[in-house]
Design a protein around this ligand. Sequence first.
Ligand code: GTP
Ligand code: MG
Length: 231
Amino acid sequence: MTDGDADRLPTGVRSIDRLLGGGLETDSVTELYGEGGSGKTLLCLEVALRVAREGRWVLYVDTEGVSADRLRAMAGDDLDRLLKRFLISTPKDLVEQSRAVATACALTRDGKRPVGLLVIDSATFYYRLSLSGDDEDDAREALAIEVADLVATSLAMGVPALLTNQVWRNVSAGTLEPLGGSFLNHTAKTIVRLDRLSGARRRAVLVKHRSRPEGAAEFRITPTGLDGGPG
Ligand code: GTP
Ligand code: MG
């Protein structure tokens, strides 16, 4: 598929949409990774609110506890109406997360609701907690099953899947690396790293894409969301 035919879901953050050639690919998984406070959750919420405004459903698996105050600041008086288009699940451990992702994928595939977006934020919060423990292999397998389900569902239904991933510090290389093992990072067709710059400034770096060159875009965190500058 060339860039011209690929369907995209705009994120609404103009600099990021330019970087991505119009927005998220609608038939694959996009991974956002970056350190705490880099804007992963805010970007998920920006896209999700946009999809809800268009009257489509958002299936949102939230392991972090989305701030209601933050959502209200972004959605304004429209929040109650928009939340009617959200199905939010809040798993409390790895097993609940696996169930929540399987349910979200099944609801997307059954086609009863027009689903516009699948979000898993964060895909690796509970996975990280299990690292170096007895259940590390189980956690890796569970994550692989979830991501495979997301890949198949997105491709079959044309619904973009957006997942966030946390980082670990590679001390010898001096870099921040995504968690989740090579399976996750091979399976996501688009990978974007978010970096903190000074103050409210942030940078999105396109690390992997099927049809776009690597590159970077800046945006700012504002009281009402993310601002990617003029179009
Ligand atoms: P982790 O989930 O911790 O890995 O971080 P993240 O990458 O998801 O960051 P998130 O999108 O939650 O937040 C990015 C930045 O937005 C934070 O560092 C804060 O500076 C800012 N922020 C988050 N919530 C609020 C809020 O309610 N009000 C304001 N003004 N800023 C906020
Ligand atoms: Mg977050």
